[in-house]
Design a binder for this molecule. Structure first.
Ligand SMILES: Cc1ncc(C[n+]2csc(CCOP(=O)(O)OP(=O)(O)O)c2C)c(N)n1
Ligand SMILES: [Mg+2]
Length: 356
């Protein structure tokens, strides 16, 4: 392995956490967790739901129940859960194709998500969208996008509508560190800053874009959080494997945007344990590398240790485990028994009648 690769595969938190963009420094506020014990327990539950759901989706894929693309979120759970806990009702989310975690975090029904993966009538897109194309207006989840970075200008559009309507809401716009090299991201940064749009740009830096390590593809790859500096957008690098740290950074970024100060960038240092998608031979990294992050930085294990040290009992956590397994098993059962969509569904949800 070359030295460039060695640098690229440093465990997430070795890149340092909570650094501010030099040109537009933030206030350097305390980054430690502000979550109460109950909130930490909730975060544990929410992260575990995503983990178990994704493991089950991986199994169903292997059994042939799920076809097409499927990108699992295992390892990155602290990012969406920590951010979600900083949101208010009505704030919007938009992301790319690695999207099941975002859907579950914002409260979408695991049955509806799993049934969409298996292409069934009861899925969020009535079985016509699959893994990458699900939406929920009710939960303010705007997809689910297969084109790398396409969701970034759309997320700014959501923020534009919020500003126009003066509703005090913000949009969370998630994208990968690979997507951060896309041109439309910078056109969006320009307009979002110019118009002071209430949007939080969240770069989920899981260190790889398909098989390409970040240092091989990105200039100044160690500080993607500073990519908004030329536009006057503040940014921070955050330990994305710690749900409390994510939440504290999320609170700061959202307060900034909600107060009318414009966009904010959070670069979440995280890691995906599974391949890019289900068909990834994973030849670009070693098993040992993955194992090391799992052992030393796993977001669920870290919180579990903290909860136990804080007085939560093993039995209490086992009960959460059991509850989550039941939810995921129900979702899996539903996704296999629910019928496939009728042929007539081919003609629905194509256009929307706005005259009504
Ligand atoms: C415009 C465009 N180019 C290329 C692809 C193929 N592609 C799909 S995912 C991906 C890598 C993106 O990596 P990253 O943004 O880091 O997100 P991650 O998969 O790590 O979550 C690429 C190149 C695509 N879907 N869209
Ligand atoms: Mg990536």
């Amino acid at each position: 392995m070359t030295s460039a690769n060695d640098e690229a595969v440093a465990p997430p938190n070795q890149a340092g956490s909570q650094r501010s963009a030099a040109a537009v420094a933030t206030n350097g506020a305390d980054s430690s967790s502000q979550l109460s014990h109950d909130e930490e327990l909730q975060a544990y539950r929410d992260m575990l739901l995503i983990r178990r759901f994704e493991e089950k989706a991986g199994q169903l894929y292997g059994m042939g129940y799920i076809g097409g693309f499927c990108h699992l979120y295992i390892g990155q759970e602290a990012v969406v859960v920590g951010m979600q806990m900083a949101l208010r009702q009505g704030d919007q989310l938009i992301t790319g194709y690695r999207d099941h975690g975002h859907m579950l975090a914002c409260g979408m029904d695991p049955k509806g998500v799993m049934a969409e993966l298996t292409g069934r009538q009861g899925g969020y897109s009535r079985g016509k969208g699959g893994s990458m194309h699900m939406f929920s207006v009710e939960k303010a989840f705007y997809g689910g996008h297969g084109i790398v970075a396409a969701q970034v200008p759309l997320g700014a559009g959501l923020a534009f509508a919020n500003r126009y309507r003066k509703n005090g809401q913000v949009s969370l716009t998630y994208f990968g560190e690979g997507a951060a090299n896309q041109g439309q991201v910078y056109e969006t940064f320009n307009m979002a800053s110019l118009w002071k749009l209430p949007v939080i740009f969240i770069i989920e830096n899981n260190r790889y874009a398909m098989g390409t390590a970040v240092a091989r593809a990105a200039a100044k790859s160690e500080e993607l959080y500073a990519r908004g500096a030329a536009f006057g957008i503040p940014g921070e690098q955050v330990d994305g494997m710690d749900v409390g740290t994510v939440n504290a950074a999320g609170e700061r970024a959202i307060a900034h945007a909600r107060a009318g100060n414009g966009p904010y960038i959070l670069e979440m240092m995280t890691y995906r344990y599974r391949g890019h998608s289900m068909s990834d031979p994973a030849k670009y990294r070693t098993r040992e590398e993955v194992q090391k992050v799992r052992e030393e930085q796993d977001p669920i294990e870290r919180l579990r240790t903290r909860l136990l040290a804080g007085g939560t009992s093993e039995d209490g956590l086992k009960a959460v485990d059991k509850e989550i397994r039941a939810i995921v098993n129900d979702a899996a059962e539903f996704s296999q028994t629910n019928p496939e969509p009728a042929e007539s569904e081919l003609w629905t949800d194509i256009t929307r009648d706005l005259s009504a």
